[in-house]
Design a protein around this ligand. Structure first.
Ligand code: 2M8
Length: 431
């Protein structure tokens, strides 16, 4: 624990550490014991950064445990299932994905067949930056490096659908912002046969049953194609270049270059690739007319209309030109995103018709997205913005605890209690 913490901060720290201890299953952390009883990909990246401040050994195990689920082509699945958890405990369970019938999937663990924002190299480097035992940490990085390289190679080979440098998501779950209003248009265009799935998820009012029919339909198409790259490229109906996903990809590509340097590998190809992703982000997703980044629907070539918190993701790009950073911060601090009475950035433009203050990823404020913006603001030398994000994010957990998400106007906690990344990122903020 940081010895300069005030009494109040120490209490917060200890409470956050208790959440992570309680959600530790022996080799990894569940996002929340009741609602999400398996291991999730970007959750583990966030959680590892908090664990690094509390139990460094566990932080490394967290990432290694996730990579047990990696497929032969490098795909790092968004869920690694715990076989000891009852079948009905989470929908959709392993049977939806059939990973055990895929030749490239691991044999000893069942997984999903989707990705999530690739923050893992960035997380691994952050673990190293606060390691007490540098020799041990270097050995950990050397072990993880080839797995990270394979993860990035998969993204570049299989998910760069139009050879632009950017990667595409093929399912809303891959964005991490599941029911974001940004996905309403491409999801609405999806042809739906009747399915037999009916989610029973009382703590959430959203996504709705109809959203789930569409989510399941997209997975069915992927599974039936054998998760084939050709299907993704040519026919899969949901293919979107998202600014937040690509910003995490870019930040992790930079981190990969640094990890390569530390472990005696060649950083140059990673640096060159980062440069390509940086240029593509600006060429393809920056919308000069509205002064923000937007997701691009590859199936009709158009930018998606709703501005969400993902539009600020490219603050993670260290080379973002100063005028672009200025436009983004102006929007971030405007009534559309920061008008929420001292609480941090909501998931959707408050003035958009789709904004819903209680609607999961359609309006509430989340700790992880605000952590990303805080991190990006610091890297761009914007201490005032970073301080605002820092203070308002901590205010949420002081007021409502480590909830999954929060009302952006009054900070009321929503969704699950004792949510791991909310606790972990508070540890990282306080460190
Ligand atoms: C939520 O996503 C899962 C599907 O992957 C779900 O709704 O059941 C999202 O908040 C996602 O970003 C997160 O990683 C996951 C586990 O916390 O839950």
């Amino acid at each position: 624990m940081n010895s300069r913490l005030t009494g109040d901060e120490t209490v917060l720290w200890q409470a956050a550490a208790r959440v992570l201890d309680a959600n530790w299953t022996g080799g990894a952390t569940v996002p929340s014991p009741g609602l999400y009883p398996h291991q999730w990909s970007w959750d583990s990246a966030f959680v590892s950064m908090g664990l690094a401040r509390h139990r460094h050994d566990r932080a490394e195990d967290e990432l290694l445990s996730l990579f047990r689920g990696q497929w032969a082509d490098g795909l790092l699945p968004h869920i690694v299932f715990n076989s000891r958890v009852a079948r009905h405990a989470y929908f959709p369970g392993p049977e939806l994905w059939d990973s055990d019938r895929q030749p490239g999937a691991p044999r000893d663990v069942r997984t999903s067949g989707l990705t999530q924002p690739p923050l893992h190299a960035l997380a691994a480097l952050r673990l190293h930056a606060c390691a007490a035992d540098l020799e041990r940490s270097r050995a950990f990085l050397a072990r993880l490096y080839p797995m990270l390289v394979a993860q990035h190679r998969y993204l570049a080979r299989v998910r760069d659908l139009e050879s632009t440098g950017l990667v595409a998501i093929c399912h809303p779950w891959e964005s991490g912002l599941d029911n974001s209003p940004a996905w309403d248009r491409p999801l609405g265009a999806l042809q739906l046969p009747p399915t037999g799935y009916a989610p029973r998820r009382t703590p959430h009012t959203l996504p709705t049953g109809e959203d789930y029919d569409r989510y399941v339909r997209l997975v069915t198409l992927l599974r039936e194609s054998g998760y084939h790259p050709g299907h993704l490229r040519e026919t899969h109906p949901f293919a979107v270049e998202d600014p937040l996903v690509n910003a995490t990809y870019l930040a992790s590509t930079h981190a990969l270059a640094e990890i390569a340097r530390i472990v005696g590998g060649d950083p140059v190809p990673h640096r060159e690739h980062a440069d390509r992703v940086h240029r593509a982000l600006l060429d393809r997703l920056w919308d000069r007319d509205t002064g923000c980044f937007r997701a691009r629907d590859l199936r009709d070539g158009r930018l998606l209309p709703v501005v969400t918190v993902a539009s600020f993701g490219p603050l993670l790009d260290p080379e973002l030109p100063a005028p672009v950073v200025r436009d983004l911060t102006d929007l971030l601090l405007s009534a559309r995103f920061a008008g929420a009475a001292g609480y941090p950035v909501p998931t959707c433009d408050i003035q958009a018709p789709a904004f819903d203050r209680g609607g999961y990823w359609r309006g509430p404020t989340w700790i992880n997205t605000n952590w990303i913006l805080w991190y990006g603001a610091l890297a761009h030398g914007l201490p005032v913005v970073a301080d605002l994000l820092y203070g308002s994010t901590l205010r949420l957990v002081r007021q409502s605890g480590f909830r999954e998400y929060f009302d952006p106007f009054d900070g009321t906690g929503r969704g699950s209690h004792d949510y791991s990344w909310s606790a972990a990122l508070v540890l990282d903020l306080l460190a």
